[in-house]
Design a protein around this ligand. Structure first.
Ligand code: FA5
Length: 460
């Protein structure tokens, strides 16, 4: 704070808001308190009193003239309130810091009367407190360890008082302390309760609306497929994306040098040196056929949704990470008819009753016989042509390959301890990304992985 700032106007001090004003008054209080603390003798005390309150042009009057009067109306009231508080602060401290030597010979009545005046000053200050912040200031004013009024009285009255007056001063000081403490406690508790009331949450207000995402189309298609298979008695299981070659290949009747491995060659994990065996990112969900049958005796009826990985170059219908739903049903009397019936039921539920389906012979080491399952092209209605010529989606065939499937090869039962003479079953592995592309007319599989909100928003 610039020296003798009370001689200047607030605007020339560069202060134009309540925060700046508060700081100036804090500084003034500090300055006054330190001057009073140095005034040990009566004449020194009188000099402080005159400089701040009494003589021809005391500081509090200069403050009124220079800080209150020329201040713009929007700040003036605040400055005036601060000045009133400061005036009371100075008055009380001058009274409390009044050296007791002056009081000598005045007796207990005089002392009781002085304490009564102090109590009234405290009550007035408390009555002027408008909020918790004001109460905090009053608390420090009176109870503050370094420069609180009660401490000041202890130093200037109690400690140096002659022995005949000491008991009276002590008793009065205690009374005042109790009064100050209890009144402040009451007011602060009431203010806190009031603040809590103001802070309460109004649950009827609309609140902040945050943009919500939606389930990814692949998730939605998983759900659709799960619902259809739930309705015919299948349950859902999930399995690890990091697999051993045993589950991904060998137990599915694909030995180490089988040519099918070339198609599915995949990402192998780098393991710490000396770790036996290998781990890979699964290339299909079929390993879960083995894991399920290992755990469970027939009858088995499960589907397995999940993510799989292949070392395929990305294009409109290929991605290195994509999704499949595996299906497996094994029981004592499952026939090829059960298999075709189940698949056709699923496809008609998923694409609608008008879609045509067909099975073509195919080959998988873990099914016998094996089939590829085709649906009539949803883009050209199965005709193979569109208005602009040959249908680009089915390349004029009128059919689109949907997934591979077949009756479980008896060799697979040998890996899981089932008796191939007693059980039979079927399995299928549906490529979900391509299925979703067909149903929703999406012409590039990469759209599923780009996280473009404009794309995702079309499938809320
Ligand atoms: C298999 O993965 C077999 N496990 C399916 C199976 C299960 C057959 C049970 C018999 C019994 P295939 O490699 O054909 O099969 O893949 C199945 C489907 O995954 C394909 O029809 C295709 O829709 C999808 N698919 C294959 N490779 C990719 C790729 N790179 N990107 C997107 N989809 C793919």
């Amino acid at each position: 704070m610039p020296e003798n700032s009370y001689e200047k106007t607030l605007s020339s001090l560069g202060v134009n808001d309540s925060i700046g004003v508060s700081w100036l008054f804090v500084e003034l209080r500090r300055q006054f308190t330190s001057e009073l603390a140095d005034a040990v003798k009566k004449n020194e005390w009188a000099r402080v009193r005159d400089r701040w309150m009494r003589s021809g042009n005391p500081i509090v009057e200069q403050l009124e003239k220079n800080w209150v009067k020329p201040t713009p109306p929007e700040l003036q009231e605040y400055v005036l309130r601060q000045l009133q508080g400061f005036r009371a602060f100075v008055g009380i401290r001058l009274q409390a810091g009044y050296p007791l030597e002056h009081a000598e010979g005045r007796g207990p009545n005089w002392i009781e009367n002085e304490f009564l005046k102090l109590q009234t000053a405290f009550d007035n200050e408390l009555a002027g407190c408008l909020n918790e912040q004001d109460l905090g200031v009053t608390k420090i004013d009176w109870m503050g360890r370094k420069s609180g009024v009660l401490g000041l009285i202890t130093e200037t009255w109690l400690k140096p008082s002659p022995s005949d007056l000491k008991p009276v001063v002590g008793q009065e000081l205690n009374k005042l302390r109790k009064h100050v403490e209890s009144q402040l406690e009451l007011r602060i508790a009431a203010a806190e309760a009031g603040a809590e009331e103001e802070d309460h949450v109004d649950l009827s207000l609309p609140g902040v609306v945050r943009a919500l995402g939606s389930r990814h189309l692949i998730r939605q298609v998983f759900q659709e497929i799960e619902d259809i298979f739930f309705s015919i008695g299948f349950s859902v299981v999930e399995g690890p994306e990091i697999e051993t070659p045993y589950y991904n290949f060998e137990a599915l009747n694909i030995p180490e040098f089988h040519p099918v491995r070339d198609d599915m060659d995949t990402f192998y994990m780098e393991l710490p040196k000396g770790t036996p065996g290998q781990l890979l990112l699964r290339t299909h969900t079929s390993p879960m056929q083995i894991r399920t049958m290992e755990k469970q005796k027939p009858p088995v009826r499960v589907i397995v949704p999940g993510r799989v990985y292949r070392r395929d170059n990305p294009d409109a219908t290929h991605s290195f990470a994509f999704h499949q739903v595996e299906g497996l049903a094994v029981d004592s009397d499952i026939t090829f008819c059960d298999f075709t019936g189940t698949i056709e039921y699923f496809v008609k539920q998923f694409f609608g009753p008008s879609v045509k389906t067909r099975f073509r012979p195919s080959y998988f080491p873990f099914t016998e016989p094996s089939v590829e399952f085709d649906v009539s092209c949803v883009f050209c209605g199965g005709s193979g042509t569109t208005a602009s010529g040959t249908c680009g989606k089915c390349k004029g065939a009128g059919w689109i390959e949907l997934f591979g499937a077949g009756m479980v090869d008896p060799a697979v039962y040998g890996f899981v301890g089932y008796d191939p003479k007693k059980v039979s079953g079927f399995a299928f592995g549906i490529g979900i990304d391509r299925l979703a592309m067909l149903k929703y007319g999406i012409d590039d599989i990469q759209a599923f992985f780009q996280n473009d909100v404009r794309f995702l928003k079309q499938f809320p």
